[in-house]
Design a protein around this ligand. Sequence first.
Ligand code: NAD
Length: 384
Amino acid sequence: MSEFLLKPRLRFGQDALAVLTELPASNVLLVTDKMMVKFGLADRVTQILRQRGLAFQTWDDVVADPDIATVVRGMKLMDSCYPDLVIALGGGSVIDAAKAVIFALAQTRPDLSRERPCFVAIPTTSGTGSEVTSFSVVKAHAEKLVLVDPSLLPDIAILDPSLVASVPPAITADTGMDVLCHALEAYVSRAASDFSDALAEKAVQQVFRYLPTCWRNGHDLLAREKMHNASCMAGMAFTNASLGITHSLAHALGGVFRVPHGRANALLMAQVVAWNADYQGQCDTQAAHKYARLAHLLDLPAHTLREGVTSLLVAIQALKDEMNMPTGIVDTDVVAVDFDLRLAEMVNQALRDNCTATNPRTPDAQALTELYRHAWSGSAALDC
Ligand code: NAD
């Protein structure tokens, strides 16, 4: 028997934020970051809270890729003001920080026997899908730890595309490639099902169709809405089917070298697709079949498995090129000597990452080392 978990409640479309006028609450904690304050997005939430006469506090110093110190700060704050409604407004970093704080507080202070607050997640990037996932990524020193627990799921997710319009092109590209990676990894995961496949297929189609428009014109709200929905659908797919080694390798690369999460995935994705498909061998793995099916859905040449996989790899590269993304890790700020020095450490982290178990092909340290080396130059996806 298998399970497909459907949570949280979704409110989507322009003006979806209006649901905040209806939620029962007396004491609210808004979790966000400085950019949300700078771009006036936090104001859009606090205005509603003020109009309703609700008591609220704003915690706005969540940092990108939140670490344990951030979570501890949040726990202290939440423990002092104990809210009945927590609203996380931001990218995956903010939503993950709020998740980890609520989770850790419930674990460490069960004696308080307080009711868990209602938890509303409002993503302002179209990337992680964290608003619908039971995952939270927290950094501990140079390692990204992936917490996985159903209690991390928000109660309500609000998808309002107008909140994403201010995302600059480079972050639109990074986060958009994260969506593609979630969908691709969920699609070929060992835990994939008809349900996750349906969501992943739709998400992949919408990324290829709408991401370049979002990158060129962030204020195109139709394209933003389609990407926001794609991000959420990919999140629903992977929270059920889990992910694969692109994420394991990206977590380690991001943890050690601070490469933004979506960019790290974009740097590693094609190499992993080729390796999962056994492109250098028979190119007849289960993953190869699914990649070829995606190529077919995208109206790309896919008369044979190899042609389908090749088409998908070429399309991924073209998407990255269209958005001026770096081709290899060599094109980022990571220094070659440091990369070599930390390679074994990253490989070990990736091997024990929660996402590795569901990758369609089981990797060993040598395979992951070679994938990192191919991703370093970025020119060798078809050689993996
Ligand atoms: P992010 O949350 O780190 O945000 C990136 C930058 O964009 C930040 O500076 C932020 O302030 C800014 N930003 C966000 N929204 C904006 C807006 N509307 N306008 C202008 N600037 C805006 O990036 P992310 O990619 O959304 O999240 C990455 C984090 O999420 C990583 O730590 C990653 O490991 C984690 N993650 C979590 C899950 C999950 O299921 N929980 C899945 C994938 C990744």
